[in-house]
Design a protein. Sequence first.
Lengths: 185, 95
Amino acid sequence: MPTPATARRLFLGRSGGLVLSGAAVALLCGNDALAATTGGGKMEDVSILNTALGAELEAIAAYQLGAESGLLQKPVLGIAVSFQGHHKEHAAVLAKTIEKLGGKAVSAKDKYNFPVDQLKTQADVLRFAARLEQGAVSAYLGAVPLFGNRDLAKAAASILGDEAMHWAILRQALGEVPVPSAFVA
Amino acid sequence: MRCQACHALAYDRVGPRHCGVVGRKAGSVAGFPYSPAMKKANVVWTEKTLDRFLISPLKMVPGTTMTYDGVPDPQDRADLVAYLKQAGKSAECVR
């Protein structure tokens, strides 16, 4: 089992030099597409992106807590590290897009009130992460129809898909039915 | 539950804590970074105002940072409001 210090290094090691791909790159390169957002819709889009960014930053901190708890064993620790890496990519692309649109990206809170006293086993940590991922899927679903810019809606849907996969894998690791229904809500 | 994406009962997350929300003035949790829109909303959260908010948060409070599409089903909304009322009396909120 990795010590908390090793786990921390594993996590921090991934934070530099993010490689953005797919929808992320399309989004960042699409100046024309972003310019197509008009009027007040633009500031509303910034606000949607900032709320999503707030949730991503919380997820990054949550996975950090999970890794440093020393409760995660291989291969679960590796999975958590890779999921945290995805959330970092989401956060990076959201923050860049917000700035591109002329907004100011929110930063991480100094302190998150995670239910640390309730995390005593690997399964507790997995359940905690699964709840966050499920919540994130639901939050993106609630955001997709609100965007004024359809490219942003597409990018949000792309992130939603990734987080739904995380949720399924975490459920699988817990021995639950990985995909409990045909629709997410 | 879909609100748990951003809210917890007893502490602030992306959204403010839900303990005590029924009967509270909108935008009044001390220390929570509300949008100017929510601070100025001048509503008290009751069964009725919550129901209206949840249909479409951005329609009722334009400029809110609760950028969530809404809960279209009346029964779902009624269940949520009932839950918020009930939860306000739960051990998590009362301690």
